[in-house]
Write a protein that binds this ligand. Structure first.
Ligand SMILES: CC(C)(COP(=O)(O)OP(=O)(O)OC[C@H]1O[C@@H](n2cnc3c(N)ncnc32)[C@H](O)[C@@H]1OP(=O)(O)O)[C@@H](O)C(=O)NCCC(=O)NCCS
Length: 421
């Protein structure tokens, strides 16, 4: 069996795409806002017809989609791709991220090390391009830790019964709400998302074309997408939501309002949008599947338990490819100096401050020892070093250093990415 790992050429893209439908079984706990989350196409892909393959292959031939494949005896047996996106890191810099996506190995070639080799080639490619972070969202939690990836953002699914909703405080909306069509939503969302990702740690830049197809968001049994926008007193959009009202013959499932996307730049927009969505006539339940873990909504309710968390899931997994550049790219919540020993990736003196950091190789004794996996989880501030220390994954070498590391990495809001790749 002759194995060759290399980038997929234009002529081979169709063959690569034929491998992808074997990503069946991708966990879809419910009608997923997958089209919203990762683009306009439904996921997982169906076994494509030839003409569909040709169209997809033509669309994929871009400089931001970099597929690599394992060729076994000249034929593609598995593949994966890096998409070039940006992620917002603490301090607000939007840095290049090699986003691993569209990964599959044919069932007849699994567990022979093909993904391992493909991943090695893709991460080398990222390094050569100067990308010091790679990321992905994982189909299964057991696959990617071995390649140095680790969860850095998390998301909640929650639901609330409409009859349980009572707001604590009277609230006057100083702005206005409006239902708009998908064409207008297609104008609103790109601007709003840019404003959101400028300030939200963990948020990802949209893939090209993402906003062009809001009208084509598939109905997938959940009914059409509805677009709600909020404007401030000057008429500027400061929040928006996409929701559906799926019909069901089953009384237990009927009357659900499914929130597919929700962004608010201000507390007023946040409260106004939820006030409408949570008191929508003829609905019984509101479900939101991809929400930040520090959702403020519960604090608006007289009964905070009315908001029931039904799932927590890891979302963005990070792989730090260059420790020095990664640590110097973000800012810190305090001023301190710590020596970090990153197994297999050197020992680093981190001079951290609120306006940035210097990271230099050192022989000094380490304050904290960890691997690149733990560093990936800590990097955006969504996981605490003390939590990982109790799990035996971060080792404190000098007393108090893990608390000091937590104080440096802390973020006001939990990192979150509402869009993916
Ligand atoms: C996940 C997938 C791409 C792995 O490809 P593969 O070529 O079989 O992986 P490898 O042989 O290189 O595996 C490397 C290691 O990971 C392990 N591994 C691979 N897939 C695994 C899985 N799903 N669960 C647990 N371990 C897994 C292998 O046993 C091997 O372990 P080792 O290092 O101890 O030998 C393949 O199983 C697949 O196509 N699965 C269905 C689609 C999917 O889940 N895609 C990922 C989308 S995010």
């Amino acid at each position: 069996m002759a194995i060759e790992i290399r980038p997929v050429t234009a002529a081979e893209t169709k063959e690569y795409l034929r491998v992808l439908p074997y990503v069946n079984g991708f966990p879809q706990e419910e009608p997923e806002p997958s089209a919203w989350y990762a683009g306009s196409a439904a996921w997982p892909p169906q076994v494509p017809r030839t003409e569909q393959l040709e169209q997809d292959a033509a669309e994929l031939l871009t400089d931001w989609f970099r597929p690599q494949a394992a060729f076994v005896d000249g034929k593609i047996a598995g593949g994966s791709a890096i998409v070039s996106v940006e992620v917002t890191v603490p301090g607000g810099r939007q840095v290049a991220l090699g986003g691993v996506t569209s990964t599959a190995v044919l069932p007849t070639y699994r567990r022979r090390g093909l993904l391992r080799q493909i991943m090695g080639a893709m991460l080398d490619d990222c390094r050569e391009r100067g990308e010091f972070l790679a990321g992905l969202s994982a189909s299964e939690g057991t696959i990617y830790g071995r390649y140095g990836f680790s969860p850095a953002t998390f998301q909640h699914r929650w639901e609330v019964r409409r009859t349980d909703v009572a707001f604590r405080d009277d609230f006057t909306d100083t702005g206005s709400l409006d239902l708009v069509d998908s064409a207008e939503a297609g104008v609103v969302w790109p601007v709003l998302h840019e404003q959101v990702r400028a300030v939200r740690v963990g948020e990802i830049s949209p893939l090209p074309g993402k906003w062009q197809n809001l009208a084509a968001l598939p109905a997938d049994g959940s009914g059409p997408a509805h677009h709600l926008v909020h404007r401030d007193t000057t008429g500027a959009v400061d929040g928006a939501a996409i929701f559906r009202l799926p019909w069901s013959p089953d009384p237990a499932l009927a009357g659900v309002l499914q929130v597919e996307a929700f962004e608010a730049l201000t507390p007023v927009a946040y409260r106004a949008l939820w006030a409408l969505l949570l008191d929508f006539d003829l609905t019984k339940r509101v479900v939101a599947a991809r929400r930040p873990v520090d959702e403020p909504l519960r604090w608006m309710l007289t009964n905070p338990r009315a908001l029931k968390l039904t799932r927590t899931r890891d979302n963005l997994w990070l792989r730090i490819l260059d420790v020095r550049r990664a640590l110097e790219a973000r800012t810190y919540a305090a001023t301190d100096v710590l020596v970090l020993e990153v197994d297999g990736h050197g020992r680093w003196r981190l001079d951290a401050a609120p306006d940035g950091a210097a990271c230099t190789a050192t022989d000094a004794d380490a304050d904290v020892s960890l691997t690149v996996n733990e560093l990936g989880s800590l990097y955006l501030g969504g996981v605490r070093a003390s939590e990982l220390m109790y799990a035996g994954r971060v080792v404190e070498r000098t007393a108090g250093s893990v608390s000091r590391l937590d104080a440096l990495l802390r973020q006001d809001r939990a990192p979150h990415n509402a869009v993916g790749f």
